[in-house]
Design a protein around this ligand. Sequence first.
Ligand SMILES: C[S@@+](CC[C@H](N)C(=O)[O-])C[C@H]1O[C@@H](n2cnc3c(N)ncnc32)[C@H](O)[C@@H]1O
Length: 400
Amino acid sequence: MRLVVGPTNSGKSTWIERNHQDAVFAYELQRGHIPASDAVLHYNLLLLAPKRFRSGAPLITWNLLEDEVLKGCLARGEIDKATVIVAPIDDLLDRATARTEIEETRPGTPAYPADMWHSILEQVDLFSLYQQLVDVLEAHNIAYDVLFNANGTDEMPQTDRCFVHAALRGRHVPLPPQEDIDAVLGFPGVEYQEVLLPRQMTTSHQRFSHTNGSRRQTFDQIADTPLRDRSVLDIGCAMGDMLFWYERFGATQLTGIDLRQSRLDAAKRIGELLHSDARFICGDFLKSDEIGPHDDVLVLNVLHHIADFSSFLAKAVELTRERLIIEFPTLQDKKFRRLGDIPEGLDHLPLIGVSSRKVDQTFVFTRAALQRLIDDLGNFEMETRQSPFANREIAVFTRR
Ligand SMILES: C[S@@+](CC[C@H](N)C(=O)[O-])C[C@H]1O[C@@H](n2cnc3c(N)ncnc32)[C@H](O)[C@@H]1O
């Protein structure tokens, strides 16, 4: 069965009518209705929102699999393909205001509750719900198309999960041909991070497999705050993977800086393919004077390479409006421990380890040491999160 999914008023019924298919609604499946063999599941991405709205639960985002119908269909393998429809948020709001009827006429639901849907659409984070949806589809190996449906056009042209954020803001980015993606994959320097490209392709990271490739796991650890319209500075951004994830989740004003020209060129080339608004600067962060404050400032796997880490941190703090996020190697770092007989049980102390040149890694830190360094620079609350890298941690410093 094909899943046709999008928020209320995104154009699911129109797509189904145009494709002459029978539709079954989630509530019908819940009541035990057996769909025709060629039926499609007409599924509102915001199905769980009205209940949350009425109960006063937060409406920003939630786990889509809290819905037993969707969870059950996926678990039983009943969905084999999907059509994901994205409409600009402004169009969704206009359509919700204008609408009076609901097509899935259930007994006792006479009219479309326009005010409620308008309010829901103003609050929900569609950027993150769509990314969660495609993650779920990909995790279940379900082939899917992403279609763009703006007011005033009859067509629903194809786009991609990488461009959903643009679609929500009213900009259609067409699905690029495979040759355009291949050209980026062959670009020199496209090798260090595993960046998601359109058509579910990724850049290779084979030469640097110790870094785990994609920065998605670190991103997930810090994406627990709404990222819509947030600004972010990534210091030592390499190929820009982190910035591209922030952008898909709705962040704007994205700045990346890195010393290495080859990585920056790769970031720019990928950014062109992704129609990204990220700005990339090649240079030493300590010497750069063209960067202003950002909501989130990222220092991921960089600090341990920086000789003057105190000045580096002071400058990063100066540019932090809300969160400074540092991913760093701890005393448990394997290269560091190869240096000699380092006693266990020191991790709670504010210690900075200095390694020899031989092992090509300059410093390791305990979280207490980082907290101590940052305490001198501003009033922050520190929390730590798990890094996907062995013996590293993520420290999130939030301004009080
Ligand atoms: C180990 S990589 C980490 C890349 C990325 N942040 C990540 O987590 O995948 C460190 C990056 O920081 C960059 N870098 C090191 N010192 C820097 C400096 N002073 N200014 C800007 N970038 C720097 C390097 O060129 C390199 O790309």
